[in-house]
Design a protein around this ligand. Structure first.
Ligand code: NAP
Length: 262
């Protein structure tokens, strides 16, 4: 099996990465930083986002395994003291591969169109003040938005930024995108829906910039300053992210453990 390791860069994550390589060598795993089949992410959920974007061109050949060095994560299910068990299971058992939806984001500016893929979400936020934009769903006007910004999240990202702005948590087996508002202005003059909406796989939405404005577009952990945005078009991607599960990691258990103290 060809594998690589990405760590968060802190001393504990680096130490665990070293230990993983040592244990993997004993089991005759092949280290391949360029063409891995399994990517081990050591750190947190943010580390896994970085790992995915590093290997985005090989998403069909790669499956991810997360080891957390802090709290239990949504992507990182193995604990720091379970390295030996993990390597042993990896050597002896075939993983169950689970595939979660991603978002396809097409950004049009005056210089052309750039495509991105997001694991968690894309957000559009203002730099100079209120964001003014038109939201279309399936090429028809849905609403004019004024406020701090818009979050378009995948089911995996529904527990991240989307949750902080009041969006619903969506099981990753549901292929959908969620549009959620960040502090919309609602009064007698300006009106938005106010609640988040879920788009199924065959629908798309488009966000048009409706004033001269500097915006920050985020794609997961990446921040991009855009001065001349025309539109952002979003749909459920045909690509998916694969996780190699060597033991069950039920989504609702993760939600309960992350957010409810029961
Ligand atoms: P960060 O600002 O250092 O970390 C943001 C937090 O989000 C971390 O605690 C991270 O967990 C957690 N997180 C990431 N993906 C998650 C998921 N799918 N479900 C639940 N929690 C998740 O930034 P980062 O580590 O580079 O991560 C980028 C992500 O941060 C973005 O995709 C966005 O979702 C999130 N974010 C959230 C807010 C907010 O809630 N107001 C604001 C900005 C960004 P770990 O500690 O395990 O890495």
């Amino acid at each position: 099996m060809k594998y690589t390791v990405i760590d968060r860069g802190d001393s504990l994550s680096k130490e665990l990465a070293g230990r993983f390589h040592a244990l993997a060598a004993e089991r005759k795993f092949i280290r391949s930083d360029k063409e891995p089949e399994i990517v081990i992410s050591i750190g947190g959920d943010g580390t896994l986002l970085q790992a995915f974007h590093k290997h985005i061109d090989r998403h069909e050949q790669v499956a991810f395994v997360g080891i957390h060095t802090g709290h239990l994560g949504f992507f990182a299910d193995w604990k720091k003291d379970e390295l030996d068990t993990l390597v042993q299971i990896m050597a002896e058992e075939k993983p169950n591969i689970v595939r979660y939806p991603l978002a396809e984001i097409e950004v049009e500016t005056s210089t052309g169109i750039t495509k991105y893929i997001a694991v968690n979400e894309a957000t559009i936020k203002g730099v100079d003040g209120t964001v003014v934009s038109q939201i279309n769903i399936n090429d028809e006007l849905f609403e004019m938005f004024r406020g701090d910004g818009i979050v378009i999240s995948t089911p995996s990202g529904s527990t991240a930024y989307n949750k902080s702005v009041g969006g619903a948590i969506v099981h990753p087996y549901i292929e959908a995108l969620q549009i959620a508002e960040i502090a919309s202005i609602n009064n007698r003059v300006f009106r938005t829906l106010g609640s988040s909406v879920l788009l199924p796989k065959h629908h798309h939405c488009e966000i048009f910039s409706r004033k001269e404005q500097r915006l920050v577009l985020t794609i997961d952990h990446l921040n991009i300053l855009i001065k001349d945005l025309r539109s952002v078009r979003c749909r459920v991607s045909n690509q998916k992210i694969s996780f190699a599960r060597y033991r069950p990691f039920p989504f609702w258990n993760r939600v309960r453990e992350a957010f409810l103290d029961v």
